[in-house]
Design a protein around this ligand. Structure first.
Ligand code: UD1
Length: 419
């Protein structure tokens, strides 16, 4: 049988956990290395599968990439290749973030489109229309997104939705375009700020990172840099929610608590004592959590990536919670698995209503994406008996040392089976 987790519920999580660099930052920072000839070093890289996968994408583009501990060294040639083929990109969607840097550096990019995704359709229309406004032609041809530009120039671009990926691709193309680009309704996620900071260290002229208007003065050339990835707020919050669900006491380190303002407020509403700390935060939950309503929104709203954890919390809370998903259309598919674990949940369109029960009931369940997988493990921690969580390769893509970290907090989890 393929690898799966056995999670035995009932223990209260206690102790300290250190989170690594943010998955949703490191992959973009690695792509940004394409923008400068020479050796760029990214530190505080998380030990997750997506990092070596991204390294392979960059190798396919002619870079030399060395991974050692939490450091990745990327040496970009004077003329990178511009074609990221299907074999390289098929395993993870985030590889599409090489599109912007390739258009900027090579004036041409061919990036194979990865397959579908369990959380809903993820079109690239905003990425393409932004690049078109910068002067590129962009089409989908033979399963690839193709972009070509003789002259990349500044433009005023207003996104119809603050897409993280579109903001990043347009930003990374605009840094080497001629003149000024303004991106309105830009995504404001901390990972975008991290990327703006790294680009500026490389010699780019980007202002407004973290606000909804990014202004970029194009420059002719960027230089390599050494950059430290910000801590992973989604992983950090996963441990925070786990503490609340198990009525535990957990100190999370390695993250900026300001990146989790609303999330920590929600835990307080659930009855947790939440203390911000210099390098993280602490969550203590003494009683059964209280019901809390959540609506996912772009940052600084409640992150869609934490919606499965919110459902887990609601499933064992006192009272009824309403959860609204505003970012990815199919993310509620995972609720079926929660119902299998005894959650009293109903969904209708992008709303879910959950009536908390005192304890869930163990069952075999299947992860459909990284965050759903983590949400199911958290549910297993508050279920009676032993829950089998399958398709855990998803969890390995986003959570470094997941079993070790959870065990360190007193959770009962085992990885069993092999390919
Ligand atoms: C990133 C994160 C993901 C997170 C998401 C929202 C990475 C690797 N992934 O994904 O974990 O859940 O942000 O915070 O960083 N859309 C379009 N057209 C486009 C682009 C997006 O319609 O051209 C839609 C998407 O289908 C989705 C919404 O916009 O419904 C948000 O997507 P976006 O912010 O782009 O998410 P990603 O960058 O793919």
């Amino acid at each position: 049988m393929s690898e799966h987790f056995l999670v035995t519920g009932g223990n209260r999580l206690e102790g300290e956990v250190l989170v690594g660099g943010a998955k949703n930052s490191v992959l973009k920072l690695m792509a940004a290395a394409l923008l400068a000839e020479g050796t760029t070093v990214v530190t505080n890289c998380p030990d997750i599968l997506d990092v070596p996968l991204m390294a392979d994408v960059l190798r396919g583009l002619g870079c030399e990439v060395e991974l050692e501990d939490s450091e990745v060294r990327i040496t970009t040639p004077a003329e990178p290749k511009y074609h990221a083929d299907f074999d390289a990109v098929k395993q993870f969607r985030a590889s599409v973030c090489v599109l912007g840097p390739l258009v900027a550096r090579c004036r041409r990019a061919v990036v194979a489109l990865p397959g579908g995704d369990a959380i809903g359709s993820r079109p690239l229309d905003m990425h393409q229309s932004g690049l078109r406004l910068l002067g590129a032609r962009s089409e989908i041809e033979h399963g690839c997104v193709v972009a070509e530009a003789d002259d990349l120039h500044g433009a005023n671009i207003r996104l119809v939705f603050p897409s993280v990926g579109a903001t990043e691709n347009i930003l990374m193309a605009a840094v080497l375009a001629r003149g000024e680009t303004v991106i309105d309704n830009a995504a404001r996620e901390p990972e975008i700020v991290d990327l703006c900071n790294m680009l500026n260290e490389m010699g780019a002229k980007v202002s407004g990172g973290g606000s909804s208007t990014l202004t970029i003065q194009g420059v002719r050339k960027l230089e390599p840099t050494i950059h430290r990835v910000i801590g992973d707020r989604i992983v950090a919050a996963t441990w925070g929610v786990a503490a609340s669900m198990t009525r535990g006491d957990v100190r999370v380190r390695g993250v900026n608590h300001k990146h989790l303002g609303l999330v920590l407020d929600k835990l307080r509403t659930a009855g947790a004592e939440v203390t911000p700390e210099v390098d993280g935060f602490r969550v203590i939950q003494r009683e059964r959590p209280k019901a809390v309503n959540f609506a996912t929104l772009p940052y600084p709203g409640f992150p869609t990536d934490l919606q499965p954890m919110a459902i887990g919390l609601a499933a064992v809370a006192v009272g009824t919670s309403m959860i609204t998903e505003n970012v990815f259309e199919s993310r509620f598919r995972f609720v079926e698995e929660m119902i299998r674990l005894g959650a009293d949940a109903r969904t209708d369109g992008h709303h879910a209503v959950i009536r908390g029960v005192p304890v869930l009931s163990s069952a075999p369940v299947w992860s459909s994406d990284i965050r759903a997988g983590a949400g199911l493990v958290l549910a297993g921690l508050v279920a009676d008996g032993t829950t089998e969580v399958h398709d855990i390769f998803h969890i390995d893509r986003g959570y470094p040392r997941f079993v070790e970290n959870l065990r360190g907090l007193g959770g009962v989890i085992e990885r069993v089976g092999s390919e």
